[in-house]
Design a protein around this ligand. Structure first.
Ligand code: ATP
Ligand code: BTN
Length: 243
């Protein structure tokens, strides 16, 4: 545990609930695992876990997430008021909130690749992994900051921002974006559309079956609507990969 760093970050936190409390570690397996453990013990919404490095960071579909020192590895406990069939919207909100925070610090546009990638230009600078428990969800946010390029996959980018500032801004952005659910879902989706690097593109969705088409929109539940030769197909993020 790094209580001094936790106290330093907390003293700058601009949020009401997110990052309260904040548990900071030097190195963990995955911050999502620790946040899940805390949620299972009854931790309130907003409880967060930050690590300076992860030994088993993961992305969607069990893919590894490179987590060397320098990057931001943050997970937040959520207790959503939304029905579970709308929990895809959590990922949309977290992506919008994180992108807006990262953009304001980086001074460069950050776009979103459905469902969970943050892009700087065409390169991946961050990712979101929302994992659902029975009555809670854990939102994992990974942002590359001050990471030497040789420690990241070749198509990755890193932001030159300081960790305390980044954590505070991300928590602020995510708290604000999640507060739009459910009353202002339309406003949230509009923000996602403005940032989207996916809409209008020809994409291939790979899952149990493969679907190719033009990404036309996302719907009110955060699903991607694809115009295919057979008509419009609705794709949920859960078990698919976008190419
Ligand atoms: P999809 O579009 O289906 O989400 P993806 O390639 O973005 O596909 P994800 O599961 O979202 O896949 O993300 C995991 C992938 O991200 C890994 O396979 C790896 O290529 C890449 N990756 C891993 N660590 C990092 C990192 N620190 N920064 C950027 N990219 C990374
Ligand atoms: C992806 O792009 O597939 C999502 C990557 C999510 C990475 C973050 S880092 C903090 C949290 N802990 C993890 O093991 N994963 C998420």
């Amino acid at each position: 545990m790094l209580p001094d760093l936790a106290a330093e970050i907390t003293s700058h936190l601009p949020t009401a609930r997110f990052g309260r409390p904040l548990h900071v570690y030097e190195r963990v397996t995955s911050t999502n695992d620790l946040a899940k453990g805390l949620a299972e013990e009854g931790a309130p919404e907003g409880t967060a876990v930050l690590a300076l490095a992860q030994t088993a960071g993961r992305g969607r579909l069990g893919r590894p997430w490179a987590s060397p020192r320098g990057g931001m590895y943050l997970s937040v406990v959520l207790r959503p008021a939304l029905p579970t069939d709308r929990w895809s919207l959590l990922g949309i909100a977290i992506a919008v909130g994180s992108a807006s925070a990262a953009e304001s610090l980086a001074g460069m546009p950050i776009t979103l690749k459905w469902p969970n990638d943050l892009l700087l230009d065409t390169r991946k600078v961050g990712g979101i992994l929302v994992e659902a428990g029975p009555t809670f969800a854990v939102a994992g946010i990974g942002i590359n900051a001050a990471v030497p390029p040789d420690l990241l996959p070749p198509d990755a980018a890193s932001l030159n921002v300081e960790l305390t500032t980044l954590v505070c801004e991300i928590l602020r952005g995510v708290e604000r974006a999640l507060a739009m659910l459910p009353a202002d879902t339309a406003g949230l989706l509009a923000q996602w559309r403005r940032r989207s690097a996916t809409l209008g593109r020809h994409v291939r969705v790979v899952g149990r079956e493969e679907v190719a088409g033009v990404a036309e929109d996302i719907d009110a539940d955060g699903a991607l609507l694809l115009r295919t030769a057979q008509g419009v197909r609705r794709v949920l993020a859960g078990d698919v990969s976008l190419r």
